[in-house]
Write a protein that binds this ligand. Structure first.
Ligand code: ADP
Length: 164
């Protein structure tokens, strides 16, 4: 679907390494607030990911296939540049704990300095998911803990395969 300025398009970026129920909750709620959500799956040049970029994108596409106004795309480089490429002006972010706030405010102010026309919209994490992070899930997966409460089955299967 081509980007149009009459539509409210929000871009939700992250590493999603792996995607979890906290991310999915933000995407679901975002998809009801905006006409279209583009999920941007990023890379970190300083860090080797747990799951490859291709796998993270494919997993999100599989999990989100029933959301007709949500699209998943890989991107490289600055998130604000990706938002521009999409033709959007809104970045969607999720906020968990107080420690998230400082990081997210720094990111938001930096993005505003890079591109003053782009606004960040924050959604508070649902209480049930506010303790979930990708880091925690990677640790649970590594030590073969129970992942059912944190990730959808498709992600669990990919993590189990990755651990071997
Ligand atoms: P990044 O490495 O860019 O922080 P993440 O994949 O960890 O990427 O997170 C992407 C977005 O999802 C961020 O806005 C982050 O705050 C949000 N997020 C992460 N975990 C949760 C959660 N449990 N509940 C709600 N939002 C979350």
């Amino acid at each position: 679907m081509p980007a149009s300025h009459s539509l409210r398009v929000a871009v939700y970026t992250g590493m999603f390494d792996p995607a979890h129920l906290g991310h999915l909750d933000i995407i679901e709620r975002g998809s009801r607030l905006f006409d279209r959500i583009v999920v941007g799956v990023g890379t970190n040049p300083e860090k080797q990911p747990f799951l490859s970029l291709e796998e993270r994108v494919l997993l999100l596409r599989k999990i989100l296939k029933s959301y007709k106004n949500v699209e998943v795309r890989p991107f490289e480089g600055l998130a604000v540049r990706f938002v521009r490429e999409i033709g959007a002006r809104i970045m969607l972010r999720g906020l968990r704990t107080l420690s998230d706030h400082e990081y997210e405010f720094t990111m938001s102010l930096t993005n505003q300095a890079l591109d003053s026309e782009i606004e960040t919209v924050f959604l508070m994490a649902k209480e049930t998911y506010s303790h979930i992070s990708s880091t925690l899930i990677r640790q649970i997966a590594t030590f073969q803990g129970d992942l059912d409460k944190f990730v959808p089955p498709e992600v669990k299967a990919a993590l189990v395969k990755r651990i071997g």
